[in-house]
Write a protein that binds this ligand. Structure first.
Ligand SMILES: *[C@@H]1O[C@H](CO)[C@@H](O)[C@H](O)[C@H]1NC(C)=O
Ligand SMILES: *[C@@H]1O[C@H](CO)[C@@H](O)[C@H](O)[C@H]1NC(C)=O
Ligand SMILES: [Zn+2]
Ligand SMILES: [Zn+2]
Length: 565
């Protein structure tokens, strides 16, 4: 049943990644055919392929400006919803939404799923959260000279069906699958991973964790910012995801037996992926409760009862690591525009942003400093616009006590510099993306080692550790040669990693393209295929503008810093 759903997401996502123009009605007819016969026609399959279906999860899709999506959305959503009604198909999410929210049609749906493409609609009501008055005193920078160390690991995307030597160019969302055979040797999947659309073999995860735990023997904590599950999106089930999540967290626990691991959920963890149902939806076939309960069970090694209680209510929590230092972990996947439940109710899912504001307010009263963990970055083209704006308001209010924020999802080594609402050129906070352990796509696997001030928990510096996949695959019998690719402060010649230092980095990037080029090379950890693809002038500007975006669609600082670009 959820196949229809998958088709819809494939069509929309495909169009996001596609560069070719689509013949009028081709998609609509293809979808009709799919509903009638249950299969794609060969012509439709060919169309999907020509639109770059295999690349539909590429990380830069959100940067594409294209009105195809709005058009598609308007063209497709209503017929699809109607079809579900007419055929009396079994309950599933779209059906449920269509039944219980009959007033919703393309005019409310397209502004959400097509927001990055300027789809506007009349159906959406605005909302906001209550932020306690006041402002926190912003005083960032290192104070004590004594350092804690934390590893940030993210986006493992474990593929239980990865097989070395299998077909790496299969034209499905993910390849390198057991029992597929390449026609040519160059199409064969590498032993330690593959730059093409392939996820991570267990041996590579095992090797990474063996290396990290042997190399860094003085860790204080580990952050995991989500996406344990593979991109084999048609091949998930509650049972299979449960097994994979347990397996990977057991392996993490074994690697760091005496160190707390603080994690958040990724958008790939649910079944089907991306969807986080409201708590009022209790039907087992639709509810996300299994994932919240499972996470509470797995994370009970590291979290207290109060934290586990909110994990069960939406996958978010807060924990006091030590007096004066608190972690707040949120489930930002709810705001990912592929969370179809936004179409059902988009107002602060799980009351989470209000909880975040209240939690930070309490932390401020207690004199605590805070790290925020999340999966989906708050400023992305696929982060729901109202949520993204409200999140930014929270950061703006509490930037003074937020010593660091950490996320994942994009698979790029990148960062976000948030600027003040009142004074748009004043930098106030930074969110660091961990990159990814998966090679999906055109990436060298990596993790980050953060140095953190032991007194105010500010980020002092970080190191990126990676290996060269091309070189590792030449010698399958030898484990990959992990090395330190760079240290942030050194390589960019900065005096620290505080918001004002990152502002300096942004100014350097704006005035010297070679700095952005360096940032580009690091984003894939010098993956050979990414380097050979290159990054033209527009691409470089996008990188800088993404860094400068404090919320969805906010180009204020981009325009200020790159007027002549
Ligand atoms: C996933 O695919 C594998 C290999 O084709 C198959 O054995 C397994 O049953 C599938 N699992 C699910 C949950 O679809
Ligand atoms: C990675 O290793 C391959 C094979 O040794 C080499 O040709 C390539 O230049 C290396 N890539 C980088 C970015 O150093
Ligand atoms: Zn991911
Ligand atoms: Zn993700």
């Amino acid at each position: 049943m959820w196949g229809h759903f998958f088709v819809l997401s494939v069509v929309v996502a495909t169009a996001l990644g596609g560069e070719v123009s689509i013949p009028p009605n081709a998609l609509r007819n293809g979808m009709k055919e799919r509903f009638r016969t249950g299969t794609f026609s060969p012509e439709f399959q060919q169309l999907l392929q020509s639109m770059g279906m295999a690349h539909k999860f590429r990380s830069n899709v959100e940067e594409r400006e294209d009105d195809i999506v709005c058009q598609l959305c308007n063209e497709l959503i209503d017929p699809i919803l109607k079809k579900y009604e007419v055929e009396r198909l079994p309950l599933d999410i779209v059906w449920h939404i269509a039944l219980t929210r009959t007033e919703k049609g393309s005019e409310t749906i397209c502004p959400i799923i097509g927001q990055g493409y300027g789809c506007s609609g009349i159906g959406l009501a605005d909302w906001s959260i209550n932020i306690p008055p006041g402002s926190s005193n912003i005083n960032h920078g290192v104070v004590s000279g004594e350092e804690l160390q934390a590893v940030l690991l993210t986006d493992i995307h474990y593929d239980p069906y990865y097989e070395a030597g299998s077909l790496a160019t299969c034209n499905l969302p993910v390849c390198c699958t057991v029992n597929t055979v390449p026609a040519y040797p160059e199409d064969a999947a590498g032993f330690w991973g593959d730059y093409r659309d392939c996820d991570t073999a267990f041996r590579t995860i095992d090797d990474a964790l063996t290396f990290i735990s042997a190399q860094h023997t003085d860790l204080d904590f580990v952050y995991y910012t989500g996406d344990v599950i593979h991109h084999r999106v048609w091949n998930t089930s509650i049972d299979a995801n449960t097994n994979d999540l347990r397996l990977i967290f057991d392996r993490l626990d074994a690697a760091f037996p005496n160190i707390p691991i603080y994690s958040v959920l990724g958008n790939h963890e649910p079944h089907p992926l991306n969807v986080f149902a409201p708590l009022e939806v209790q039907d087992d076939a639709l509810s996300t409760q299994w994932l919240f309960d499972l996470s509470a069970d797995i994370w009970s090694k590291w979290l207290d009862e109060d934290a586990l209680a909110t994990v069960r209510l939406g996958g978010y929590y807060t924990v006091l690591v030590k007096p004066g230092f608190r972690i707040v972990a949120i489930n930002s996947n709810v705001a990912y525009t592929f969370n179809w439940w936004l179409l059902y109710d988009d107002v602060d899912p799980y009351g989470q942003l209000q909880w975040l504001a209240d939690t930070l307010y309490q932390a401020e009263l207690n004199g605590e400093r805070v790290h925020i963990l999340s999966h989906v970055p708050s400023n992305g083209g696929s982060t729901y616009s109202i949520w993204s704006r409200e999140y930014r308001r929270v950061i703006d209010r509490f930037a003074g006590i937020i010593s660091g924020a950490f996320n994942g999802h994009s698979h790029n080594d990148e960062l976000i510099l948030y600027h003040s609402l009142e004074n748009p050129s004043q930098p106030i906070s930074v969110a660091w993306n961990g990159g990814s352990l998966t090679t999906f796509s055109d990436k060298n696997p990596n993790y980050k080692l953060f140095k953190i001030d032991a007194e105010n928990f500010e980020v002092v510096d970080y190191e990126v550790w990676a290996f060269n996949l091309t070189s590792a695959n030449l010698t399958p019998d030898i484990t990959p040669d992990w090395f330190m690719l760079y240290s942030f402060k050194d390589v960019y010649g900065l005096s620290g990693a505080a918001p004002q230092d990152v502002r300096q980095l942004a100014l350097n990037m704006a005035s010297d393209r070679s700095v952005v080029e360096q940032y580009f090379r690091f984003s894939s950890r010098y993956a050979d295929t990414a380097l050979s693809g290159g990054c033209n002038d527009g691409c470089l500007r996008n990188l800088l503008c993404k860094l400068l975006r404090s919320e969805f669609n906010d180009y204020t600082q981009c325009l200020e810093l790159t007027p002549e670009w």
